[in-house]
Write a protein that binds this ligand. Sequence first.
Ligand SMILES: Nc1nc2c(c(=O)[nH]1)N[C@H]1C(S)=C(S)[C@@H](COP(=O)(O)OP(=O)(O)OC[C@H]3O[C@@H](n4cnc5c(=O)[nH]c(N)nc54)[C@H](O)[C@@H]3O)O[C@H]1N2
Ligand SMILES: Nc1nc2c(c(=O)[nH]1)N[C@H]1C(S)=C(S)[C@@H](COP(=O)(O)OP(=O)(O)OC[C@H]3O[C@@H](n4cnc5c(=O)[nH]c(N)nc54)[C@H](O)[C@@H]3O)O[C@H]1N2
Ligand code: SF4
Ligand SMILES: [Mo]
Length: 761
Amino acid sequence: MSEHSEEISDPTKTWHKTACVLCSANCGLEVRLDDRVITRVRGNKAHVASKGYTCEKGLRINYYQNNTGRITTPLKRLEDGTYIEVDWDTAIEGVARGFKSVAEKYGANKILYYGGGGQGNHIGGAHSTATRRAYGIVRKSNALAQEKTGEAWVEGLMFGTHTHGGFHDAEVAIFLGKNPWHSHGFDEARRVLKEISNDETRSLIVIDPRRTETADLADYWLQVRPGTDAFLLAAIGAVIVNEGLTDDRWLSENTFGAEPTKSVFKNVPIRDYADRCGIPENQIRDVARRIATAESVSTYEDLGIEMGPNSTLISYLHRAISILTGNFGKPGALGPHTSVAPLFNYSAAGKEPLDPVTGGKIISGLIPCNEIADGFLSDHPERSRAMLIESGNPVHSLAGSEKFRQAMRVAECTVVIDVAMTETAEQADWVLPASSQYEKAEATFFSAAFPENMFHLRPAILEPLEGTLSEPEIHSRLVQATGVLEGVDFEALRAAAEEGLQSFSEAFMNAAMENKAITEYGAVVLFETLGKALPWEKQGGAVLWFSCQMVAQKYPEQVRAAGHTGEGAELGNALFQAVLDGEDGVIFTRHTHEQAFDFLTTPDQRINLDIKEMHTALEDLVTAPVKYTSEEFPYILAAGERRGFSANTIIRDPAWRKKDQEGALRMHPEDAEELCVDNGERVRITTPGGQAVAVVEINETVLPGYVSLPNGYGLSYSPAGGNPEIVGVAPNELTSTEWRDPIAGTPWHKHVPARLEAVSK
Ligand SMILES: Nc1nc2c(c(=O)[nH]1)N[C@H]1C(S)=C(S)[C@@H](COP(=O)(O)OP(=O)(O)OC[C@H]3O[C@@H](n4cnc5c(=O)[nH]c(N)nc54)[C@H](O)[C@@H]3O)O[C@H]1N2
Ligand SMILES: Nc1nc2c(c(=O)[nH]1)N[C@H]1C(S)=C(S)[C@@H](COP(=O)(O)OP(=O)(O)OC[C@H]3O[C@@H](n4cnc5c(=O)[nH]c(N)nc54)[C@H](O)[C@@H]3O)O[C@H]1N2
Ligand code: SF4
Ligand SMILES: [Mo]
């Protein structure tokens, strides 16, 4: 027998194609399995987006798939806080009864849906639309409403669509409060960063108070004083305007509101703001000129500014700088993109309702995360009374963990769908165990590439762990428990699906005309009919049939340009088939840069610079504070930095980290000296929100007076046969819900005033 045939007959030698679920890049992976263990992992070179790239985390995904924290049976909480195991029928009936009773007592609009997907899984969220409709759930939120809603509001008003930088091609790439070396956020991040850094015709600009791994590669590292980015960007914009570096002809053709915007920038006191942000004026002028004279500029803002003072204003300022210099809709610049399913409703920006209980702006339908717990805990008659939480761990990830626990305690029915017994599951009335992302079909809607955009549906590579169900199945059961689908003939549609996609689409459309439940609960109907006619490992992908039809309807020319053929429903079917077959991902749309403006939903499809609220905020900056420390809290704590082995709360076993298992508090040598602490010793951190004890790492990359803790640590985990232990500090035991942006309500986690004391040895 040749070596080759031996490989084929030995299942442990087969490479299975899938993807990493630890960050939004979702790099394509190939893995080997021995029984249920992922024994080897490598980057999938044929993957349309990642092309073989991975970071060190992706190679350790077996810690996600196989750990002792998995839940394998539905759980019901008893009065005394303990749990009993129940079967699935009991759990589904119990949940349905719980929500129905809340709806009868207070109205179904008092139930909140939270989550719907982490870094690798959005198929569950897509099915939740059916559950929400069946139970009348209209309130919702997810982690985007604690990071990206300010950005989404600005983008909605400026463009009416999401934009993303073209970092692979940009002459100047700017990272603003973003450390892509560790956090990624675009394909092949480290390769691209190194490429820009090594190319003397291109420039990497990093704005970060910490000398991060990305800052180390930068041509211009602006070590901004924490929390003062608004002053820096205002000054950069002012230099561009005052030195006549704006692209006026382009502005008059493609934008409106450029003149009033220039006027506000004109009045910015550059030298004063340079002092406030701690960057020398000549460096600000150099950077402004570099931006203005580049062929193309792309900026990536992230948590360093989204979770700090003036965050919504900063989201506007850097976009205004890009637009004033003509950087939109060309290679290497900011551009729009297609989506299989958009994460936000950008065209609704500016028309946001306010939360009836807490008063916050509900951007794109999402209740600000920092207001959720306060809402439940208020005595307002409109307050929410129940929660359905799916694929999110808000007790750990939202500001003020203790407050969120209390909110779950006062709620009358709380349900968590998760793979693990998380901090949030530990508070729930019902816990429903989901199959892992390698045990069902999964995909994300994160891909933001332009002019070509990609999508990757990953089939299951393992059978569901016994006792668990996929989210499509869980939602199907929850919806069917309400009886709304009783009149739908699944059999007939399934038979049509077995004949082929063309028969199915005709049968589906005809049936939908007769019974509106078919489209209202479309995701579940698709799963039960088309899905059940697919191979088991792809069943959950059926919901994408509808998305593919929508994409084909919206961008027929560009779907065909991406290689899919047909007209109307046939084109949608061809795209869906390609998605099902595309084990390396597929290109689903191919635009040209000239078509970028077609995406704008602003008047005349021009970019809107004239956002009055932002102009006022820019003017008011002159009286805004520069420091948020006090005698009582003299330090600034960045609560939740991304590091080599952090992955939100997706991996619970601390052993997955090769080093820094506890997640050290990084501290400048001067501060360590003042506090008389050495490496490995402990300090007590006290903030207005709470207290914790952390191990110290003396680190020259942070500024004196500024300390940082990693994100996603402090998870409870029970090793096999052992007692639960918590390793490291859970950052949100130290944060507070009221410490937030006044416009978008997003938290100031990177800027928490704190006091430090050495813990006696
Ligand atoms: N390894 C890893 N990667 C991840 C994740 C993970 O958990 N682990 N999570 C993913 C998720 S959900 C997200 S949202 C992204 C987040 O990705 P990033 O936003 O890049 O991550 P952070 O490290 O939280 O913050 C970025 C930077 O902000 C800087 N910063 C702090 N204060 C300020 C300030 O006042 N001004 C400026 N300009 N910068 C400041 C910090 O020094 C830090 O380098 O990462 C994703 N990728
Ligand atoms: N202090 C502070 N807090 C922060 C941050 C910070 O920087 N500082 N960062 C914030 C950011 S940007 C984000 S995005 C959030 C992230 O916080 P969350 O939105 O809570 O997301 P994760 O921690 O990724 O939790 C994902 C959950 O999904 C579960 N899960 C994994 N796979 C599956 C599956 O297939 N099905 C189901 N049903 N569940 C699954 C995991 O067990 C986990 O409980 O954290 C935020 N919290
Ligand atoms: S953590 Fe992110 S960058 Fe690293 S392999 Fe996974 S998806 Fe890719
Ligand atoms: Mo995030």
